[in-house]
Design a protein around this ligand. Structure first.
Ligand SMILES: [Zn+2]
Length: 187
C-alpha cells in the first residue's frame, strides 16, 4: 500500500510520521491486521514519558487491539488493581474482569513505576510460565522481556480468553517484521 494513502500524524516530538491508528512508523503500520477484541479485564497501560516516541513501543498497539475498558492515560487506577510484574503469583481465570495495570517501558523504568504502584496498595501478578518471546525488542526478565503487546496477549490467555490472546499474539510478528524492515535490518 502506498504509505501516503494512510492516515498520518506527526506527534509532537516524533521525528517521523506515525500512523494515527497504531502509532507505528507509517511504513510499519499494522492496522490491516488489527482486529479489536473485547478486553477480558480493565486494562490500564501506564507509559513512561520516554516511551511515547520509541518505535519499539507496543503499548499503544496493545490498547488498540482491545476494546472495552482500556485506559491509556492517567485515569485513576481502582483500588485492588493487579499490577503485572515479574515473579509474582500468576494470573488465573479468577482474575477475569479485574483491573490489570501493565507498565510499558524499558525494564528499569517499568520496575520503578511498578514499585510505586505497589506501594499504593495494588497487588502484583505475574504471567504463567510460557515460551520465551520470539519477538524480543528489549531485554530483561519475564514479563519485561516480552513486548507489552505479548504480555497483554499472555495475560488474556491466563484469564481464559484464548480468542483475544490469539488475536493479539498475531500482531507482534507483523509489528516487529515491519519495524525492523523500516530500520533496514533483516527480520
Ligand atoms: Zn497503523
Amino acid at each position: 500500500m502506498d504509505p501516503s494513502a494512510k492516515p498520518a500524524t506527526l506527534l509532537r516530538g516524533a521525528r517521523q510520521a506515525r500512523c494515527i491508528g497504531c502509532r507505528a512508523a507509517l511504513e510499519a503500520c499494522v492496522c490491516d491486521v488489527l482486529r479489536a477484541r473485547e478486553a477480558p479485564f480493565a486494562l490500564h497501560v501506564r507509559m513512561h514519558p520516554n516511551e511515547r516516541f520509541r518505535t519499539t513501543n507496543t503499548g499503544y498497539l496493545a490498547a488498540r487491539a482491545l476494546r472495552g475498558r482500556v485506559h491509556m492515560g492517567d485515569e485513576a487506577i481502582p483500588a485492588g488493581a493487579l499490577v503485572l510484574q515479574p515473579g509474582a503469583r500468576p494470573l488465573a481465570p479468577a482474575d477475569a474482569g479485574a483491573a490489570l495495570v501493565v507498565v510499558d517501558g524499558a525494564w528499569r523504568q517499568a520496575r520503578r513505576l511498578s514499585r510505586r504502584l505497589l506501594t499504593r496498595g495494588h497487588c502484583a501478578v505475574g504471567l504463567p510460565p510460557g515460551p520465551p518471546s520470539r519477538y524480543a525488542l528489549r531485554e530483561g526478565p519475564p514479563p519485561a522481556h516480552y513486548s507489552t503487546l505479548e504480555a497483554v496477549a499472555r495475560a488474556c490467555a491466563a484469564v481464559g480468553d484464548g480468542e483475544a490472546a490469539r488475536a493479539l499474539a498475531a500482531l507482534p510478528a507483523a509489528f516487529v517484521e515491519r519495524a525492523l524492515a523500516v530500520r533496514g535490518m533483516p527480520s
